[in-house]
Write a protein that binds this ligand. Structure first.
Ligand code: ATP
Length: 282
């Protein structure tokens, strides 16, 4: 349904995307996981017609993104990373203006429906500035869903939200999938990719370094991690494929050894030699 073929994009000397190819299936929640600067937003911008690649093609529902931007715009919804709601206006006014701009038919009825679906009815006449970050994120989602897009793009949907609100948002996103829509989201939260996404593509420095279900990716590197402190006092880990092997490794280590299940951070570390969180701090 979304075919990304050999996409490259350079800004000055920075290769934001480097010959990236990927296929996203209809009806799935696909997560682009990677640290800051990996190229996630650039890919979303290309797919949502906001910027053009230097090379390569993208096809969405049979339409070429570069050649048919208007047709693409009519079937997608976008929740950008920055909150670009009209902050001095109410929830209702924001939805009304957006719906009019997008020529949504039976707009008032659809606004009422989306307010109920997103549990925003009680906030209908609240000014955006007076709402919490979690509610504002819901309004952004409601606005993107108003024209009933087939594909929804979410750039870092839960950035800055506290863990409970983040979980509520995941439920809402699962609900969007259950309506048959395809969801493509970017995240640098490992937990979000694991909990929410049917499949994940891991990006590092503009390249796709792995993709598959979270379970497949973890099975490929080994499902068990033994963590211990080496004789220089550094925390190190060994990854293996069975619980028995993990216990074997742990037996020969000092006190303080732990065994845990692997996660997507371990996948990233194994494939790049770097930690997602460390790169973010650079
Ligand atoms: P983040 O999670 O911080 O949004 P990202 O994975 O989405 O990161 P991008 O925003 O796509 O990464 O950026 C990829 C690289 O391209 C970065 O090195 C970034 O600095 C650079 N870049 C992106 N947009 C521009 C631009 N308009 N001008 C110059 N460099 C850019």
């Amino acid at each position: 349904m979304i075919l990304i073929d050999n996409i490259s994009k350079t800004y000055g000397k920075t290769k934001a995307l480097d010959s990236l190819s990927l296929e996203i299936r209809q009806g799935e929640i696909f997560g682009l996981l990677g640290p800051n600067g990996a190229g996630k937003t650039t890919l979303i911008k290309i797919l949502t017609t906001l910027t053009k690649p230097d090379a390569g093609t993208c096809i969405i529902n049979g339409k070429n993104v570069i050649l048919s931007p208007q047709e693409i715009k009519s079937i997608i919804g976008v929740v950008p990373q920055e909150n670009n709601l009209e902050r001095e206006l109410t929830v209702y006014e924001n939805l009304l203006i957006y719906g009019m701009l997008h020529k949504v038919s039976e707009l008032k009825k659809k606004i009422e429906e989306i307010l109920i679906k997103m549990e925003l009815s009680s906030k209908k006449h609240s000014v955006i500035n007076t709402l919490s970050g979690g509610f504002q994120r819901r309004v952004l989602l409601a606005r993107a869903l108003l024209p009933q897009p087939k594909i929804l793009f979410l750039d870092e949907p839960s950035i800055g939200l506290d863990p409970n609100i983040r979980r509520e948002l995941w439920q809402i996103i699962r609900g969007i999938k259950s309506e048959g829509r395809t969801v493509l989201l970017t995240t640098h939260y490992i937990e979000e990719a694991e909990a929410l996404c049917d499949r994940v593509g891991i990006l590092s420095r503009g390249k796709l370094i792995a993709f598959g279900t979270p379970l497949e990716l973890k099975r490929d590197i080994g499902e068990y991690v033994v963590e211990f402190t080496d004789n220089k006092g550094r925390l190190v880990s060994e990854i293996c494929h069975s619980r028995e092997k993990a216990h074997d490794i742990a037996k020969n280590k000092n006190d303080g050894v732990t065994i845990r299940k692997s996660n997507l951070e371990d996948v990233f570390l194994k494939l790049t030699g770097e930690r997602i969180r460390d790169i973010e701090r650079e």
